[in-house]
Design a binder for this molecule. Sequence first.
Ligand code: ADP
Ligand code: GLC
Length: 485
Amino acid sequence: MRLLFASSEVFPLAKTGGLADVSASLPRALAALGHEVRIALPAYPAARAALVESRKLGPVPGLSGATLVGGRLPGTELPVVLVDAPALFERPGGPYGDASGRDWPDNARRFHGFARALCAIALDRAGLGWRPELVHCNDWQTGLVPALLSREAVRPATVFTIHNQAYQGLFDRAQFDALGLPDDWWAPDALEFYGGFSFLKAGLVFADQLTTVSPTYARQLLELEHGCRLDGLLRHRRADFSGILNGIDAEVWNPAADPHLASPYDRATVDAGKRANKAALQRELGLPEADKVPLLGLVGRLVEQKGIDLVVEVIEAWRDRPLQWVLLGGGEAAWERRLRALAAACPERVAVRIGYDEGLAHRIEAGADFFLMPSRFEPCGLNQMYSQRYGAIPVVHRTGGLADTVVDIFARPDPGSAATGLVFDEPTAVALAQALERGFSLYRNPAAWLALRRNAMAGDFSWRRSAEQYLGVYRRALAAGADPR
Ligand code: ADP
Ligand code: GLC
């Protein structure tokens, strides 16, 4: 199959979260299964700089000043196409906002431009001499692609994947008019959404097939409580909608060959390996080197979704207990301040790093005893899978992909069996604290703790199965297309 994989972030060219990891590792898995995949993303300055074998291609017809840049994804053979539209993407800051985290005011225009370029590629109108059979779109930034393609008599099939239903690409009528979108799209069965319009909804209405990133989140999205006001639409499209669990890149996240670690280790050497990495992490962050003190790690976007407030509540309640907390994240300024203050108040117990640091994220996985993910909702979540690979026991709220990837020690009382972590049912600080108490009692029993760690490390989160499930979805999308392609 010839596949165009469209995403607003792709590791290591541009990353704010798990979408970037998936946008690199899924195409790689599909290519390994023998398919022809090209990845397309905007030419943010950092992405341009990091692209391998970069070369200028032709202009994008109809998008003034825009050209395509070809190259390879670093560390792989995967072909990448960057949409180079300086007016839209050539600016400092992140993919979606400025350095202080404020969304760019012209995001509708930016990702409409990206979508138009993607359509030109998909229809082979941008001079690549290559015509994909299917375009796989991801999250709201690519939501207009299936809508725009639906107006073509001859077009590739389309699949749209929801990585997070909470980010909907919502804009107002003035922006709709400014983009010159077709009038008939301003309707409840098209893009119109509670008085504005939504890029995400465009993808959900017009793509041939829809997916999301775990079976449990797929079920949750059909419910009023989790559907973010799009549950009705998804129920209507239920026959075309499925949940496929994300995989992980087992090369990038491999404790036995991780260039970010001073002491690589595997399942057989986990005891000594984690001890060495824990000590190194404590030194790096200025915490007392204490082997017996449980070290709890967290890496993530500091937003309400991730349940950071629950973690702060527990840290504050347990100020006097011999525990070490290591938190790495960025996001809402109020949380960044709160965490910094916490670290300043308890320098012996709490280390906080604000910002994005890929290497430290790996070292936290390697050095932590427990890894915290008390997310209120979590479409899939990748860190709980990285943690298991690194023998850091995940402590998670039973929701979305967390429920699908972590087996609680009580579900399998014998830690020699299938247990891989601690799972709690309510997104509250009390429930998180209770789960941690259960974890600490195991931690104090070295044989049981080692067995749990080894079990967690034995899990298979590779892409192969999930990539095959995507191929099934692609085939359904191709079969559904009434148009000759
Ligand atoms: P989400 O996509 O909702 O942010 P995921 O768990 O799917 O959550 O993916 C998060 C990814 O981003 C992981 O690879 C994680 O290591 C990484 N990450 C998040 N915040 C940071 C940070 N501050 N520094 C380094 N990596 C981070
Ligand atoms: C989103 C979700 C996260 C998921 C990631 C990759 O950012 O919040 O749960 O793992 O996308 O699919």
